[in-house]
Design a protein around this ligand. Structure first.
Ligand SMILES: Nc1nc2c(ncn2[C@@H]2O[C@H](COP(=O)(O)OP(=O)(O)OP(=O)(O)O)[C@@H](O)[C@H]2O)c(=O)[nH]1
Ligand SMILES: [Mg+2]
Length: 253
């Protein structure tokens, strides 16, 4: 990392930490999703605290968030670390699938993590893990939370912000023989899904930061597209209602 980028990052962190508006910034819930051991905790710690193995609990609401200034807009990123192997591995008696599906369904963004030295971690997250996110969101989006009714598509939160992140880049830098996931293959998959892609060393703060900033950008793009779809559908319904009304009026002339 260039020292210029490091200085810029430090200045930015100071501004973000000293913001007094933290309680007024809307929360952006983000799930850090990946198989066991891919580096979810290291990635989250480095992004939130700028260090590893800090002694905060992921459930501690006071500490698992971080204010982030992206394109002059403040975001309070609220991170939740979810192990994707819980959804398809040996059944854990404590696993509450309803609760975890809800985390995936209600998050505004999902960071899909895999370890570039483990082909299995990549295959699992880009197939079973990704499918799980879609399923959770589809079922929740179909239910209107206010009315408890099924609602038709398009609807808000149909899409979700996403980023694909390969971890343990440092291991491959030391020994290229350790790489099990080709960078181009992962990039092509991310491109095919229209999501940003990064390879990171979770020890390098700026790399976790760049991935999370890209996720915030993707959340904004997806939410704008959802809003456009909803507006188009509203206009279509309004026009068809007006057309019906004109036809009925015409029948009584
Ligand atoms: N070399 C290297 N090791 C990493 C990196 N990220 C994580 N690790 C190591 O990988 C191991 C697992 O990291 P964790 O952050 O605990 O992984 P996790 O995904 O939270 O794992 P679970 O909590 O078991 O689901 C630890 O020994 C980390 O030190 C990285 O970028 N490079
Ligand atoms: Mg962990």
């Amino acid at each position: 990392m260039t020292s210029e980028r490091q200085t810029q990052l430090q200045g930015q962190r100071q501004t973000e930490r000293s913001t007094t508006m933290i309680d007024r910034i809307p929360t952006t819930k983000v799930v850090i999703f990946g198989e066991s051991g891919v580096g979810k905790t290291c990635f989250s710690d480095m992004f939130v605290m700028g260090t590893h193995y800090s002694t905060w609990a992921i459930a501690d609401q006071a500490q698992n968030h971080r204010p982030l200034l992206v394109d002059d807009t403040w975001h309070k990123l609220d991170l939740l670390d979810v192990n994707s192997s819980l959804f398809h591995g040996p059944l854990d008696p404590n696993f509450n699938s309803t609760l975890y599906n809800d985390f995936l369904a209600r998050a505004r963004g999902i960071a899909l993590l895999y370890d570039i030295t483990s082909r299995k971690s990549y295959e699992d997250i880009t197939t079973k893990g990704y499918w799980c996110v879609y399923q959770s969101r589809f079922h929740t989006a179909m239910v209107d939370p206010a009315a408890g009714n099924r609602v038709a598509f398009p609807c808000p939160r149909q899409r979700f912000g996403c980023v694909l992140v390969g971890t343990k880049k440092d291991l491959v830098r030391q020994d290229s023989g350790k790489r099990e996931v080709d960078e181009e293959v992962a990039r092509e998959w991310a491109d095919s899904q229209g999501i940003p892609f990064f390879e990171v060393d979770t020890d390098v703060e700026v790399e976790t930061e760049d991935a999370m900033r890209a996720l915030v950008g993707d959340i904004r793009r997806k939410e704008e597209r959802d809003a456009e779809d909803v507006q188009t559908e509203r206009n279509r319904l309004k026009e068809s209602k007006e057309r019906r009304f004109r036809t009925i009026k015409g029948a009584f002339r």
